[in-house]
Write a new protein. Structure first.
Length: 150
């Protein structure tokens, strides 16, 4: 009877333990997501919107919400960015701050932070909330809700 309990407990523990990320796994996931965001920021700051967009899931289900509107799809979001930021000068210099990554599971995370675009004569800033999922190609944003505060 005691052995049956130990075996049952072990099976249940092993079944559940792979669903909840362990502490060091959480740190690894946060680092992986930070790299994705850093690469995206670098793409923006070199004037390369396509490189910036690599952080988003290339899917028609990817959703971007901002300025009271939303749209679906990687291509639609790329077109919106290119229309709003036609050249490097219009893009300004992007930085992310106050980044808080919450690991939900081994393949999902919520990211909150502040974005800032700096120009020679002005600054724009706002907040964002991102839902990222882990795919074969790595961590990708599947939902982005960004707002402007200035």
């Amino acid at each position: 009877m005691k052995n049956t309990f130990i075996i049952a407990f072990t099976i249940v523990f092993l079944s559940i333990s792979h669903l909840v990320p362990q502490e060091n796994k959480i740190d690894i996931i946060k680092k992986e997501i930070s790299i994705v965001l850093d690469d995206s920021e670098k793409g923006w700051n070199t004037g390369n919107i396509e490189q910036y967009m690599e952080c988003y899931r290339k899917s028609e289900k990817m959703r971007f919400a901002g300025n009271g509107n939303f749209n679906f799809g990687w291509e639609n979001t790329l077109k919106r960015y290119k229309k709003s930021y036609p050249d490097k000068e219009a893009m300004g210099r992007l930085s992310f701050s106050d980044v808080d990554i919450t690991v939900i599971s081994n393949d999902a995370a919520l990211v909150f932070g502040r974005w800032t675009l700096r120009y020679p004569d002005k600054e724009k800033t706002g907040l964002y909330t991102l839902l990222l999922r882990k795919f074969d190609e790595g961590w990708r944003i599947v939902h982005d809700h960004s707002s402007s505060t200035k």
